[in-house]
Design a protein around this ligand. Sequence first.
Ligand SMILES: Cc1cc2nc3c(=O)[nH]c(=O)nc-3n(C[C@H](O)[C@H](O)[C@H](O)COP(=O)(O)OP(=O)(O)OC[C@H]3O[C@@H](n4cnc5c(N)ncnc54)[C@H](O)[C@@H]3O)c2cc1C
Ligand SMILES: NC(=O)c1ccc[n+]([C@@H]2O[C@H](COP(=O)([O-])OP(=O)(O)OC[C@H]3O[C@@H](n4cnc5c(N)ncnc54)[C@H](O)[C@@H]3O)[C@@H](O)[C@H]2O)c1
Length: 452
Amino acid sequence: MTEEADVVVIGMGPGGEDLAGRLANVGLAVIAVESRLVGGECPYFACVPTKMMVRAADALGEARRVPELAGQTTVRPDWTPVANRIRDEATTGWNDEIAVRRFEDTGGRLVRGVGRITAPGEVTVDGQVFRARRAIVLNPGTDPVVPSIDGLADTPYWTNRDAVPATQAPKSLLVLGGGPVGLEFAQVFARFGTAVTVLEMQPRLLAVAEPEASEVVTAALRAEGIEAHTGCAVNRVKHDEQFQAQLETGDVLTAERLLVATGRRTDLRALGVAAVGLDEGARTIPVDDRMRAADGVWAIGDVTGHGAFTHTSMYQARIAAADILGQGTEVADYRAMPSVIFTDPEVATVGLTESRARQRDIQVRTATTPLPSSTRGWIHKVGNEGIIKLVADARRGVLIGATVVAPAGGEVLGALAVAVHAEVPVRRLREMIFAYPTFHRAIEAALDELDA
Ligand SMILES: Cc1cc2nc3c(=O)[nH]c(=O)nc-3n(C[C@H](O)[C@H](O)[C@H](O)COP(=O)(O)OP(=O)(O)OC[C@H]3O[C@@H](n4cnc5c(N)ncnc54)[C@H](O)[C@@H]3O)c2cc1C
Ligand SMILES: NC(=O)c1ccc[n+]([C@@H]2O[C@H](COP(=O)([O-])OP(=O)(O)OC[C@H]3O[C@@H](n4cnc5c(N)ncnc54)[C@H](O)[C@@H]3O)[C@@H](O)[C@H]2O)c1
């Protein structure tokens, strides 16, 4: 029997959940299809539990800084409170009952299973056909990429979905991939006593960040005892009692666990996008500035390729929901897309990096100021590593990008995100009063540098 609704949502990630609830709340008949957990990757295997890990690891990191500032401490890390907090507070035992109830209370209907577009306006879940009168919305998210390294597939490697539920910190860990996922986990486990080695194939860690940011973070991680190999290819992986990773150089590294953190992938073929004329071999679904992907089809979240962040997914959900309701006045504008990598120091970015700006033939001016020599950085002392880098469009006299590497760098970024978003003229920023002695006051030094 075919069932009809106004809107069928495939995938209840942060954006899908938000959009489905918004539309059901205003009286549309909404069917949401979810194959795993309502809420998606973020609350169960990504942002939320990993930031609980980071919070705990940062407490250990700060405690270890006490001898340089305030006397003596003895730090004996214990993973149990972290594992318990993730199980009980973050994920309620990887159970989505609360999220399901929240959605059903809006009047929406949840269907468990894998959804596939089988014709325009038609979604099939385990043989049951649903017709969407107004919209199909795709929010399928991504899965971890597992590189085709000889032997790897036959080993009990971890991805983020295994590392988050870990009940103890491993004795040793090889991390494949030096991007945000790899580095956040690397530092967390290292601070809990795990001997961590990061293997990154690009010439530097955080290869898409500003090189100055990579440099500071790499030095900070190495200073904590994390081994980082860059420009490094793994040829073969074996597992008996331990993991063994053979590098191109012939060296063999061993560890109790191996975490694959080499990026994310989509499977558009499985989603059946060809049925609505979309390229099923593509890596992302192209959308216009109202998230329209095809006639009667909207896509939101990681799958659109506009930044794999929860805030992207939720931003796009708001715009798509308004468009579906015919009330869309807002169009997507990604110029001031922020992101924060929660290492210590945090790496916070908004807008364009210098190299991205140059690729666009913008007349670029940049300025970089070191944080340790700012008043607050000097007072902070141990743990004060960082920089602020500004990227300006010299012709227009506005900032188009910024990177903050600092303790609480994500919070410092707020001011610069406003500047990029609202295109505040640089000369107007120069007239601001920056509170003394804050980390964000270093923005003033960077602006001075930009003027010089
Ligand atoms: C370890 C880690 C840490 C991260 N930390 C942060 C962070 O601190 N801040 C941040 O902003 N971002 C972070 N991210 C990224 C963030 O998790 C994602 O950007 C976010 O989850 C948004 O994804 P999404 O909305 O595209 O969908 P997802 O959250 O991936 O959810 C998609 C849902 O769709 C379901 N689904 C897929 N296909 C189908 C189908 N055919 N039928 C039915 N259901 C389907 C899936 O089961 C899933 O539940 C992190 C990612 C990782 C891996
Ligand atoms: N705090 C945050 O906002 C946050 C945190 C984690 C993840 N995320 C999001 O999740 C997405 C995925 O993150 P990620 O770190 O998995 O992916 P990524 O693509 O950002 O980084 C993966 C890294 O692995 C390297 N790599 C790939 N294959 C390799 C191999 N065979 N050997 C060694 N290195 C290899 C790549 O060169 C790259 O540097 C990111 O795009 C990010 O937006 C966000």
